[in-house]
Design a protein around this ligand. Sequence first.
Ligand code: FES
Length: 576
Amino acid sequence: MSRPRLQPTDLRSHRWFGKDDLRSFGHRSRAKQAGFSADDIAGKPVIAILNTWSDANPCHAHFRNRAEEIKRGVWQAGGFPMEIPVLTLGETLMKPSTMLYRNLLAMEAEEALRSYPADGAILMAGCDKTVPALVMGATSANLPALLVPAGPMLRGNWRGQILGSGTDVWKYWAERRAGTLDECSWREMEDGIARSFGTCMTMGTASTMAAAVDALGLTLPGASSIPAADSSHSRMASASGRRIVEMVWEDLKPRDILTTEAFENAVTAAMALGGSTNAIIHLIAMAGRAGASLDLDRFDALSRRTPFLANIRPSGQFLMEDFYYAGGLRGLLDRLRDCLHTDCMTVNGQTLGRNLEEAVVCNDEVIATRERPLGPEGGVAVLRGNLAPNGAVIKHTAAERRLLQHAGPAVVFRNYNDLEARIDDPLLPVTADSVLVLQDAGPLGAPGMPEWGMLPIPKKLLAEGVRDMVRISDARMSGTSYGTCVLHVAPESFVGGPLAFVRDGDIIELNVAERRLTLRVADEELAHRRAQWVPRDVQYPRGFGRMYAQHVTQADRGCDFDFLEGTAPIPEPEIH
Ligand code: FES
């Protein structure tokens, strides 16, 4: 379906550059100050390239080059590129968590797009929170936008063994703590586990979110699967630059694409991939910005009906590079056609179904067939019960099956410092049947809901050969993590959720098949504990942290700021 095309005088940027007034004189003269002639700008769509490159983000080390490749495409298509650096959110270095700052980047992106003369936007993102943040900001700004995903890094290598970032770090760190891995081997792994620029190459949060946004229709089809170091990635960047210019003329905006059905496609893709639990929080927040309907129960329903097909770590065996060679996301989605809304519009102006024509899968070991899926349902389950009245989640495909129905006595850690101080204490009263509980690790308690949810196995149990046990917290966990970890318990303990009232020795029952999480303590006793509970003050007396504490929502609502949710229109600057 062809859309009516805009005229040059319809462009937002015309208000900056096209008028015969004092303000426009200033804008044009300052563009000339930067070396551009009138012909470079006149009547052309201005494409803001929001670049999350910095020295603090090794996953985006190639973004300087990619920005130039995007600009090449923009020029070729008759646009005017304008690169704007935005908050980098380097996952590996920021403390306590990049999640504390996701909404800050979303706000920055929205305000940058609104305040500068942008007609359209390229979103350069990849490392975990940068993808949802830029999508949230661009959705609220609602200018034509297209995301260029950073792409996964190459496979890791150690003595001929293939290593996956994150996942194998957790695995071999447990061996190091158990005393079965020497320092020399550990150092060699450090050299070989991150071999190129790009995002984590397991099905962690970055790969999951890039795939989800691809399935949403906000990237060129299949772009999320291309390894960062593959020359196809450069060509995808230039093609994205060419396409965004056309999107401006077609006036194809995020909210034309981000429908409830499109979000259901994204959830379906994430579940078939065995994707990160973090996708739940981010997709709910993104849907909230688009006015689409998505909640935990819908997530769980979609997960139950979606077969698990992608054999990628941490739930499977392979890595993102293998996934790309096997056919990538387009191949996987083609195998899920009957679970998808194939009539959803995407950024290339075609429907999702049209984009899947000619998709192929050439390795059934990496992308399983529908006849022989890796599992009958998606990787994430939503739990409820008196311990999590507003929900909790578990990535059950990355857990030991025997623990998916389990009851055991709680061993409670009041916060992360308490955990660090006592987890390896030889006198800790813990057995393989215990349930480890971490409090004060949620959106407000930590604050920032860090990825502490894969609590370490106590050293004395590691020595006995234990490699998994039930762990419960209001934290998140890295998408590269694994184990029987119940996460995102809501409401969190800091605000008086029932998790705050668990005591050592209380019996906790987990039943994933029935989606239950139960604290076997009588209601009267819980009421008594609640009455004795003394809330803590928020940690920040001023600054961004103060604003965060006043406005962040709980995990089941996506941890957006309450004043950023929704689609209420914001006035355009200087419209008279
Ligand atoms: Fe950047 Fe994993 S640390 S994607």
